[in-house]
Design a protein around this ligand. Structure first.
Ligand code: DX5
Ligand code: ZN
Length: 216
């Protein structure tokens, strides 16, 4: 399977968002990665539902929405209405994760679970067969442009092993500090999807950078 590429709009030019969305539409990217931060679960605030709705009007690829918010159940329906196709919540933010996953599926979206760098993949043992995607954070969530945490490669391998053992069908997506070098090693370790923010939007040729990631 070719790697799925999900450019993170957090690093886009918000004064000219339309141009960046069209660039992604016309690129080899597979999804749009949208980072929602509440200033509580993570020490930063990004953008919210009205912006997602606007993005959805012109985005021609699925919206891969990463919720870095506490108690995400409150907003599952609202993000569905705003256009989310994949809704990823943090393991660390959900007391009743199984119920949250059911809620996401009942609303007709793919369900993802994200793990912070310090959270072991073993916590997913009892839920891995019920989810569509795992988003491993390879930086501490909250900001773009941080450097990659090397321990992630080992986590990818462990997760791939867990998925195999359980005979599950789950996408392994990685978020934070992804570039051509880390991306290549992540794919070798078993990753299926890569999020990239500053590496794509900070490049001279973002569309070419997306295809370079896609064809690693
Ligand atoms: C960080 C976000 C990431 C961020 C990645 O909390 O979840 O999606 O946009 O940015 P880069 O690719 O610049 O590390
Ligand atoms: Zn993200």
């Amino acid at each position: 399977m070719q790697t799925l590429i999900s450019p993170s709009l957090l690093a886009a030019d918000f004064t000219n968002l339309k141009a960046d969305i069209e660039m992604v539409n016309n690129s080899q990217a597979d999804w749009f990665h949208l980072d929602i931060m509440d200033g509580v679960f993570v020490p930063n605030i990004s953008y919210g539902l009205p912006i997602v709705e606007q993005i959805n009007k012109i985005a021609k690829k699925p919206l891969d929405v990463h919720l870095m918010i506490i108690d995400p159940d409150r907003y599952v329906e609202a993000f569905k209405k705003a256009g989310a196709d994949i809704l990823t919540v943090h393991y660390e933010a959900c007391t009743h994760l199984h119920r949250t996953v059911q809620n996401i599926h009942n609303k007709g979206m793919k369900a993802g679970v994200s793990l912070n760098p310090h959270t072991p993949v073993s916590v997913l043992e009892e839920i891995i067969s019920d989810i569509d995607l795992v988003l491993l954070m390879s930086v501490n969530p909250g900001f773009g442009g941080q450097s990659f945490i090397e321990n992630t490669y080992e986590k990818v391998e462990k997760l791939a092993q867990l998925i195999k053992e359980k005979n599950a069908s789950v996408i392994i997506e990685i978020d934070g500090g992804v570039n051509l070098e880390t991306g290549k090693k992540l794919i070798e370790a078993g990753a299926n999807a890569l999020v990239a923010g500053s590496f794509v939007f900070g490049a001279n040729d973002p569309s070419k950078t997306i295809s370079n990631l896609k064809n690693l």
